[in-house]
Design a protein around this ligand. Structure first.
Ligand SMILES: [Zn+2]
Length: 348
């Protein structure tokens, strides 16, 4: 990241004129409330042996996971409702011409080097989702990553490497920082816990599934570093490191450790294992509806080269409703791709 300052004077001037302040931050990528990384479960590869195998997770509760926006705020922005997409046309016209930087982000983007900064040129106009409950959230994709920000109190961005942020991305190339990170968690169902920032959304999702006559149980939620360490060790002792890497995330590399991921299975019916979950009505329901509650199927089919994991229709990852809705609207199914992060097919 970088940040030179130079800037598209014109744009800056406009921003100032409008009194907008932006906030943004550093590493960029998303917003304010919570999300976590990835990992596959302790076990299991979808296709592979079945299941999140081994190890049942345990909950624990670590530290806080509050929405931790990494950033700072600044002024307020336009009227609440007004959070529309890229407003002004002329403003910070980036080199790409076709797409402009949202006015509310222009100042920041310019300060980060504009087209020459790590974010690069914008590739899509900003999409903003007004909310009755929260501040309006906006998302704009750039060549080097995606910015997500809230509008009402200025923009708040959380980094993809902020373990307590909603968009943290954990994969085989991106361990948690610190490796033994532990969010504050609370039980959601059946002894399984999730981050306190995510539990309400998970409960709402479970209730909706129940209402659709597709009750599901949480097979695995938060897993601590110690849990993952034990799980990996067992796999490794039995299969060797190479095979263990196919079945279980290494400790510090599991999305379950963020408290933002959970594995679901049908509460009724013939399928009660990950190996038979694909194609079930429950799996189809999750694929179609999880986004409404802020979740995405984190390891979609055919994305192993990017996510590092085979298809896991049961593994949901919370990214926040705004981001989930945006991904859905953009037909974006892979978090790494959506956020402009490199593929992580394997451990370095
Ligand atoms: Zn999982």
């Amino acid at each position: 990241m970088t940040a030179p300052a130079a800037a598209r004077v014109g744009g800056v001037r406009i921003v100032a004129r409008l009194g907008l302040a932006l906030v943004v931050v550093v590493v960029v990528w998303v917003v304010a409330v919570g999300a976590g990384p990835d990992d596959r479960d302790a076990g299991t590869s979808a296709s592979g042996r079945g299941g999140d195998a081994a190890v049942a997770p345990v909950d624990e509760g670590p530290a806080a996971h509050a929405p931790a926006p990494t950033v700072a705020p600044s002024a307020s922005t336009s009227a609440p409702g007004a959070a529309r997409a890229t407003d002004g046309p002329p403003s910070g016209a980036p080199s790409s011409d076709a797409v402009v930087v949202d006015l509310r982000m222009l100042d920041r983007w310019s300060a980060m080097g504009g087209d020459d900064g790590f974010l690069g040129a914008p590739e899509a106009t900003a999409a903003c989702t007004p909310s009755d409950v929260d501040a309006t959230r906006c998302v704009q994709r750039f060549a080097g990553g995606t910015l997500v920000w809230t509008v009402d109190d200025g923009a708040h961005l959380a980094a993809a490497d902020d373990a307590s942020g909603p968009l943290v991305v954990v994969n085989k190339a991106r361990p948690l920082h610190p490796r033994d990170y532990a969010p504050r968690v609370v039980e959601v169902s059946g002894g399984q816990s999730l981050s306190t920032a995510v539990a309400p959304a998970a409960k709402t999702l479970l209730a909706a599934a129940r209402k659709a006559d597709l009750p599901m149980t949480v097979r695995s939620g938060y897993r601590s570093y110690a849990d993952q360490k034990d799980a990996y060790r067992k796999w490794s002792a039995t299969l060797g490191d190479d095979e263990a890497d196919r079945e279980s995330a290494r400790p510090g590399f599991s999305e379950h450790q963020t408290g933002l991921a959970l594995d679901l299975l049908p509460a009724d019916g013939p399928c009660d294992a990950f190996g038979c979950f694909a194609g079930t009505p429950e799996a189809r329901w999750l694929a179609q509806n999880a986004y409404r509650y802020g979740f995405v199927v984190r390891y979609p089919k055919g994305a192993e080269a990017t996510t590092g994991y085979v298809y896991e229709p049961w593994h949901l990852r919370y990214v926040g409703r705004d981001v989930a809705v945006t991904m859905r609207a953009q037909h974006a199914t892979v978090l790494e791709t959506f956020l402009g992060l490199p593929a992580a097919p394997d451990y370095p």
